[in-house]
Structures are given as structure tokens and as C-alpha cells.
Design a protein around this ligand. Structure first.
Ligand code: NAD
Length: 402
């Protein structure tokens, strides 16, 4: 395919996969070469990771082989670790050599943001990948086993979740369902287990509807969660966390869910960033780089109030389609279309059969919201892998929950 233009997509998350699917659908035969580069040969649903992390689901469920999603006749897949983008040479530097591009779509996702809080990087866990979810699950199980060999160390049964955003709340919702099971398995009195959710803002789920937040908090409190609101995490050590005005919680497990930043590859490549995110133009291009689109968690798109939309799977998927359309327009010398995000709402799961959600003006909670969440997930599965993937990945029955 010498001479054929190359559209290179970096990252196989929600944004990258959405872009590749749109490119393979819209590009004519031989019109351009589509290359997808990703660290792993699988795509995974980051919004499901809180379940395998808590141990209420298997680490395999959020995972799909990239080759089951893409059309290999139209897209070539390279499993590589991306190091840097050389915008002058128009190449992507990887662990196995350079990949040239004519148009680049960067969809490298986000990374946990620790805000420089001492000790978090060393001692806290982050729900960021399938592997980190496996590590967290094993760590929690090990803490129970360790407690059984020295029952004076009750701090081993204390869990601290830093940050009551969607990630922290969804994880806490799964953890409260997993604890009774672990207590039974290890012969531990459930009264000895403590779960703290520590949030710097005066409320959990800042920005969410106040009534729904109350419902979520009441549900989690009933299941044993203690909220410490208006209380920032100040420091993390191997013994626990320092919070608020010097209070220390001794804990065997600290999960950090205090927010995310853009991928460091963008800074390393000379793009202007704010907390690792590139403020893209209306067409999703990086300012000053007409041949580079940045989408997903590493991009920043403003809402009508001039504030950045929070990163989410929903915006990433829409950006993927829009960037693909604009990349094709660029190649064909046609006019590009400004990106406009349609926010359809947010649903947060709170464990099996419980959730809260706001969709348009409609507020839902309890089982109805949990069903809505399953429908949203199924819609995504259908989009990327048809009915087969929906049937393979959806937990319709309780015995399927692991
Ligand atoms: P977030 O930024 O939404 O929430 C982080 C929370 O941590 C905030 O409430 C913040 O006040 C708190 N925090 C920050 N520093 C703190 C400190 N020092 N001590 C205590 N609390 C502190 O991050 P997230 O929950 O990881 O979510 C990341 C993005 O992913 C968000 O944009 C979110 O909308 C999206 N997401 C969506 C879903 C869903 O749609 N169900 C699920 C998970 C994540």
C-alpha cells in the first residue's frame, strides 16, 4: 500500500475503538490505511473495573479481544507500547520502532491523578486496568487471611476509599456486597470490618442531583459505609491515611479514586496540556497540529458554560465517531464538522440491583436504575460486537455474577 495515506489511531479504549469502527465503516476500499496501536491485544470496559476489583465479578468479563471487534481486512492492529509522538517527523515512537502517520487520532486514555499527595503513588491502589483490578481483589482477600493469622491486627479489615466521585462510590457499592461473603469464607465477624469513604468536597458525587446522592449515601451507610465528607486525604503511608486536620485512619487497604488526568505521552510529545489534557479545538484537533486529533480522557472539550465536560465513556465514544469523520474529511479535502457533545445522562451503580441515574430530566434509583445501567452496557456491547457479545458479556442471572 505504498503511497496510501495512513490514519493511525493510538489507544484501544472507548474513544479509540469508536474511531476505528467509524473509520472502517466510512472509508472506501484502498482510500487510506487504518492502523490501530494499543498496549494490549484486548479492549476493556473501564467503567466495569470496580466489580473485579472488589471481587464481585471476574476480571475476564470487561475484556474483549480487539480482533473480535475490528475488521482485519480494513484495519491493521499493532500491539505496541507507545512512548512519544514526533509531530515534526509525523511518527509515533513505540517499544518496537516508529510508526509513520498522515493523520493521527490520539485516544490514549487517562491516568490516576494524585495531586502530589505524599505516599499515594507508593501505598494506595488505583482502579485503572484489568491487572490493577486483579491485584486489588487479591490484596483484599490476603488482608482477610492475614487477619486470621493475627487477630489483634483489626486494621487489616479497614478499607479506605479516597474520593467519592463515581469511581469511589461504585467501588464502595461492590465492596459492601463482597465483604459478607469474605467474612463467611474466612470466619470473620463482619462487625470488625470498617469501610470509610473520604471526600474533600462537602458532598459525595459532587455535581449529581442532591436527592439521588442522598439515596446513594443512605444505601451505602445501611451497608456499613462511613462517610467523611469535607475531609481531604492529606497523606498515605503503609499504615493508612492522614485525613482532614491530622486525623489518622489505620487501614490495611487504601483505594485512591480522587480523579484522573490525561496520559503523560501528550506532555512528553510537546502538546500544551492542563493536567495532561489537551484543550482541543471545535474539530477535536490539538491546537497548532492540524493532522492530530485528541479524544477521550486526554482531551478537554468545553460545555456551554465554558467549563470542561468531565471525562466519561459517553463523551469518548461520541468523540471517536466525530474524529473519524473529521479525519476522513481532512484526507478528502472536505470541510470538517464541529464536535457537539450530546450528554444523555449518567448512571452510577451501587452494587447488585441498586443504582442511581439522571437521564435528561428524569431521575431514577434502585432496581430501575440498575436495569437502565444494564441496558446502557448492553447497547455498547451490541455496537462493538453485535448480539453475540451482548449474550457473552451480560450477567442476566445471579449465578452469572462472577
Ligand atoms: P472524579 O474526579 O469524578 O471524582 C474524584 C473525587 O475525589 C471528587 O469528588 C473529588 O472531590 C475527590 N477528591 C479529590 N482530591 C481529594 C482528596 N485529597 N481527598 C479526598 N477526596 C478528594 O473522578 P472519578 O470518580 O475517578 O471519575 C473520573 C471520570 O470518570 C469522571 O469524569 C467520571 O464522570 C467518569 N466516570 C464515570 C462513571 C459512570 O458514568 N458510571 C464511572 C466512573 C467514572
Amino acid at each position: 500500500m505504498a503511497g496510501t495515506k495512513k490514519i493511525v489511531v493510538l489507544g484501544g479504549g472507548y474513544a479509540g475503538i469508536s474511531a476505528v469502527l467509524a473509520l472502517q465503516k466510512r472509508l472506501g476500499r484502498g482510500e487510506a490505511e487504518i492502523i490501530l496501536v494499543n498496549k494490549h491485544d484486548y479492549h476493556y470496559f473501564t467503567t466495569w473495573l470496580h466489580k473485579p476489583a472488589a471481587g464481585t465479578d471476574s476480571a475476564d468479563r470487561p475484556k474483549v479481544d480487539i480482533r473480535d471487534i475490528i475488521d482485519p481486512r480494513k484495519v491493521s492492529f499493532r500491539k505496541r507500547d507507545i512512548r512519544r509522538i514526533d509531530t515534526a517527523a509525523r511518527t509515533v515512537e513505540t517499544d518496537e520502532g516508529d510508526i509513520p502517520y498522515d493523520v493521527l487520532i490520539v485516544a490514549l486514555g487517562g491516568e490516576p491523578e494524585t495531586f502530589g499527595i505524599p505516599g499515594l503513588a507508593e501505598h494506595a491502589f488505583f482502579i485503572r486496568s484489568l491487572n490493577s483490578a486483579r491485584i486489588i481483589r487479591e490484596h483484599i482477600e490476603r488482608r482477610f487471611a492475614e487477619f486470621r493469622s493475627d487477630e489483634s491486627r483489626t486494621e487489616l479489615l479497614t478499607f479506605v476509599v479516597g474520593g467519592a466521585g463515581l469511581t469511589g462510590i461504585e467501588f464502595a457499592g461492590e465492596l459492601v456486597n463482597r465483604i459478607p461473603e469474605l467474612c463467611r469464607e474466612h470466619g470473620v465477624d463482619p462487625a470488625l470490618v470498617n469501610i470509610y469513604v473520604v471526600e474533600a468536597a462537602p458532598t459525595a458525587l459532587p455535581g449529581f442531583d442532591a436527592g439521588l446522592v442522598e439515596h446513594a449515601m443512605e444505601h451505602l451507610k445501611r451497608k456499613g459505609v462511613v462517610f467523611q465528607l469535607g475531609t481531604p486525604v492529606k497523606k498515605c503511608t503503609s499504615e493508612g491515611v492522614e485525613i482532614g486536620e491530622g486525623e489518622f485512619i489505620r487501614a490495611g487497604t487504601v483505594i485512591w479514586a480522587g480523579g484522573i488526568r490525561g496520559n503523560r505521552v501528550l506532555e512528553a510529545s510537546g502538546f500544551g496540556t492542563t493536567r495532561g489534557r489537551v484543550a482541543v479545538n471545535a474539530y477535536l484537533q490539538a491546537p497548532g497540529f492540524g493532522d492530530v486529533f485528541v479524544i477521550g480522557d486526554s482531551s478537554m472539550v468545553m460545555n456551554d458554560q465554558g467549563r470542561p465536560w468531565p471525562p466519561s465513556a459517553q463523551i469518548a465514544i461520541q468523540q471517536g465517531e466525530a474524529a473519524a469523520r473529521n479525519a476522513i474529511a481532512l484526507l478528502r479535502g472536505r470541510e470538517m464538522t464541529p464536535f457537539r457533545y450530546v450528554h444523555r445522562g449518567t448512571v452510577a451503580s451501587l452494587g447488585r440491583g441498586e443504582a442511581i441515574g439522571s437521564v435528561g430530566r428524569c431521575k431514577v434509583k434502585g432496581l430501575a436504575a440498575a436495569i437502565l445501567k444494564t441496558v446502557i452496557d448492553a447497547r455498547y456491547l451490541y455496537r462493538i460486537g453485535g448480539v453475540r457479545l451482548v449474550l457473552r458479556k451480560t450477567a442476566f442471572f445471579p449465578h452469572q455474577s462472577r
